[in-house]
Design a protein around this ligand. Structure first.
Ligand code: G16
Length: 547
């Protein structure tokens, strides 16, 4: 970096003083926190993403301004790598360091050291491109400006504002752009509607009656975007509620996180919707859960079909298509199907997936961990119970499918199965979990099977579970094993948790510090709802006592 460049960096840095007494860390999904405290962080992540683009030969990097499921006054920032996946974990410590640098001088010196280590050189030519997106939070616009200034303060870097998007849209566009494909929002919509149509055309029985799906848009960007997409979809009867246009507050009593954690009816839904198939998106539309209000329900309770049930439906469908391939291919190296879950997966779902004969792997919470694991398979399906997940197809398996599609006789059962797999690989967002593409795949599979939401729910019966969040002075006091199923710190808390678990039939519980909110999360499972509630409560009390 020459003197002029350093001077310009110091000048722009002065515009965004770091808030006092705040320690930031690049968590499960980037930086999150009170939007009022984030300008300096976002500006600095702008610099990081420009450097990342230079390092990777001017590949396009994505920067998404969102705090997803968090309350509306929060915001956050996450970086999408050229593959469309999350920022390489190797760069996370640098993100932490620069976000916490206490003065412009320290920031510049950290950047210089890092550039030297990573052998990054910047010149006059255009050498970096960063695409910026934001959700509908009111704080998004000014934070986006801070990110732009951060990007532009690295010589030769260009920031492009892509407007209001869902997180998965930006990831998809970044991936497409770096593959040399056309990558506008229209391309994204067209890709979804074309591949959805293709799967609909491959449904064995035609002329089925299509029942209505009611979507809860969490008063966020997902409801708006699915509204834009609706016009180009046939064979889908959609009603969208909680679009944010009717005065509702983002994520407040609505959305996938609320419905999945509380298992109650979101605002805008009620007794008129009993038995209807309903879906909830989260604040930036990267999570999806389904639910219905049972007919015998006297309370607000819903029957929840969470990420585990979506995963099971996808696995069943993909397996059915693989079974239709001839024997050589089924046994061959190309048909390795695996699924990935986290410690939050309901025990009953894991049992079910194993009964299907699937290879079930586990990863830490956070899609970045599950994605990495799923990429080890020819077809890797990953889902967190909270509804965040997708399906990955390896390049070699896609090449194998393309060759098969050419060779097989059109209209044969095998050709149809191969065509379905190809269409799924186009429909599903392979960059990251995407509520919109996930929802379309669920809908087409239900039509393919001729199933109602109730029938789908019968795949297996969830073990009763409960999740609680506990506010503590310092959530980093809780340190877990890599599988997150045991707490290493505070010392002796795990022994106390184990003693509680022993009191319950089929009891299971764990704690972990949230990566997106200032809380410690408690998960408990047991043979009855009362027992799961009581186990969760006693573990939460232990957290309060120990932390
Ligand atoms: C983010 C991640 C998810 C993860 C969730 C957990 O979700 O993208 O993979 O499951 O955080 O958050 P925590 O660490 O607080 O439990 P989102 O939808 O908020 O981006």
């Amino acid at each position: 970096m020459d003197k002029t460049h350093i001077a310009s960096l110091l000048k722009s840095c002065d515009l965004f003083p770091i808030p006092q007494g705040v320690k930031l860390s690049y968590g499960t999904a980037g930086f999150r926190g009170d939007a009022k405290l984030l300008e300096s962080t976002v500006y600095r992540v702008g610099i990081l993403s420009a450097l990342r683009s230079v390092k990777l030969g001017s590949a396009t990097i994505g920067l998404m301004i969102t705090a997803s499921h968090n309350q509306v006054s929060d915001n956050g920032i996450k970086v999408a790598d050229p593959s469309g996946g999350m920022l390489s974990q190797e760069w996370e410590p640098f993100a932490d360091q620069i976000a916490n640098a206490s003065s412009p001088g320290e920031l510049v010196s950290l950047i210089r050291q890092f550039m030297e280590k990573e052998e990054i050189t910047i010149g006059d030519k255009k050498s970096a491109e960063v695409w910026l997106g934001r959700d509908t939070r009111p704080s998004g616009e000014s934070l986006l400006r801070a990110a732009e200034i951060g990007v532009s303060s690295v010589l030769g870097s260009v920031a492009i504002d892509m407007g209001i998007l869902t997180t998965p849209q930006l990831h998809w566009m970044v991936r497409a752009k770096n593959k040399g494909l056309s990558a506008t929002e229209n391309d994204y919509f067209e890709n979804l509607s074309t591949s959805f149509r293709c799967l609909i055309d491959l449904i064995p029985v035609s002329g089925l009656e299509i029942s209505k799906l009611i979507v809860d848009g969490a008063n966020g960007v997902g409801g708006l975007k699915i509204g834009e997409l609706r016009g180009s979809l046939s064979n889908l009867d959609l009603e969208i509620r909680n679009t944010g246009r009717d005065g509702g507050v983002l994520n407040e009593g609505v959305g996938a996180d609320f419905v999945q954690k509380e298992k109650v009816v979101p605002l805008g839904f009620g007794s008129n919707d009993v038995g209807m198939r309903c879906a909830s998106l989260d604040g930036d539309a990267d999570r999806l859960v389904y639910f219905y209000i049972p007919s015998n329900s006297s309370s607000e309770k819903v029957e929840l079909l969470d990420g585990d049930k979506i995963l099971s439906l996808f696995a069943l469908f993909i397996k059915e298509q693989l079974n239709a391939l001839d024997d050589d291919d089924k046994e061959g190296k190309h048909s390795r199907l695996g699924v990935v879950q986290t410690a939050y997966a309901n025990g009953a779902s894991t049992d079910y997936l194993k009964q299907l004969g699937l290879d079930v792997a586990f990863a830490k919470t956070g899609v970045k961990h599950l994605h990495e694991k799923a990429a080890e398979y020819d077809i890797g399906i990953y889902f967190e119970a909270n509804g965040h997940g997708t399906i990955l197809f390896s390049d070699s398996f896609l090449a194998f499918l393309a060759a098969k599609q050419k060779d097989l006789t059109q209209g044969s059962e095998e050709h149809k199965a191969v065509s379905r797999l190809v269409a799924v690989s186009n429909l599903i967002n392979q960059a990251v979990g995407d509520a919109l593409s996930g929802l379309l795949l669920v809908e087409v599979i239900l039509q393919h099977m001729g199933w109602s939401v109730q029938k789908w729910n019968e795949l297996y019966k969830d073990l009763p579970s409960r999740q609680i969040k506990v506010e503590v002075p310092d959530r980093t006091a809780v340190v877990t094993t890599s599988s997150e199923t045991e707490a290493l710190r505070p010392l002796r808390i795990q022994d106390a948790i184990n003693a509680e678990i022993k009191k319950y039939s089929r009891g299971r519980a764990f704690i972990r510090p949230s990566g997106t909110e200032d809380v410690v999360r408690v998960y408990a499972e047991a043979s009855t709802q009362e027992a799961a509630d009581s186990l969760a409560k006693s573990v939460a009390q232990l957290v309060e006592g120990f932390c």
